[in-house]
Design a protein around this ligand. Sequence first.
Ligand code: SF4
Length: 426
Amino acid sequence: MAQALCVVVRYRKAVTYGVHALLAALETAGVEHELRLGTTPEESAGHIAATGADRVLTLWSFYSPDAEAMAAELAAVRSLSGGRGLHIAGGVHATAEPQQVIDAGWDLAGIGEGESTIISLVRALQRDEPLTSVPGLAVKDADGVALRTRPAPQLPLDAFPSFAGRNGPIEITRGCRYTCRFCQTPFMFGGQFRHRSVASVRAHVREMAGRGMRDVRFITPTSLSYGSPGPDPDLDAVEELLAGVEEELPPHGRIFFGSFPSEVRPEHVTVEAMRLLKRYVANDNLIIGAQSGSDRVLAASGRGHDTSPVRDAVRIAAEHGFRPNVDFIFGMPGESQEDQEQSLRLAADLADLGARIHTHTFMPLPGTPWRDAEPAFIPLSTMSELDRLAQRGDAYGHWRKQAEHAARLAETAKAYPRRTRRRRAT
Ligand code: SF4
């Protein structure tokens, strides 16, 4: 007989998009389960303790900088709920560092895209089947080693909706064909674009409009790559998407494209692309990834562009009425003081052209080619210049906090050398 199962989600604002996709997958697959959302550790523990279901599965998802804090929360939730149920961590950190996640106290790590894994996992728990039969997991063996099950498939994006019965940004593209060495996206979702069809996007918009939602936003690694398999934008495909969305919008509905929570690559910002966006979108800003003012650092980071398109992108975006918000990362591996000065000079020039600089500090993120790379030293002179830009209102960002995260991540990377203790469940 099937066991009644309660899924408790440790529901945090930082990870709602991914969690909504998992819950939508369960709903789409028609998997019976009780669902409870815990917005605090105490509420999560209360749900775990209170459910009358036979089994409880608690879902956690977090980014690498939050891993330590989440492990502390997990210990608190376990203690408050009397140690009941199974706890699984998913997302990019768990995918990259399953052994670390298991050592930190989770029973299971979800590896890779979670939709098909969560469906199989819930079914296996209901049927009392071995968890080693579930794809996309790391399970703890008797010695505490994280054993990997077979990989979960990377399915076409249309296989599951971005969300069900809720509103949110629609994921239009997953995976990324670029290979920026600091970025977790290609590692997590693969090195090719998978685009959601226009029909599927329209269906999402229709549903949201039916619930009274007026604004539509998108999740994509690079907005103007929609519909394209390669580096060149396919503006016809972008227009088909935007026109289709517009047709589904209610009166006074608005489209936000190329702004939060997505961005555009600088070489994609052309006059043609901006004219197209102006016909459809309501955003007054564009997020543009520049990352460095040093061609040497850009080449080393595998960005696939140098500094030359960045100035043009900012100028063209501004001329078409978009405020460019331009991302920079300081402290990339091998970056010299001269490289940082070039970045600061470019940032100041872009600010003069009307841009706001979004400053980041390099973090050696798990799963990336630069996981074990040493962040470059950021001297006081660079910090003062970043502060000066911020005081003028030309820059914003949490680069100081990220520098603290970077130091912690580097420590953890040393404790877990890459590709050790990696075994497959049989
Ligand atoms: S930084 Fe952007 S373009 Fe580069 S790999 Fe990541 S998602 Fe792709």
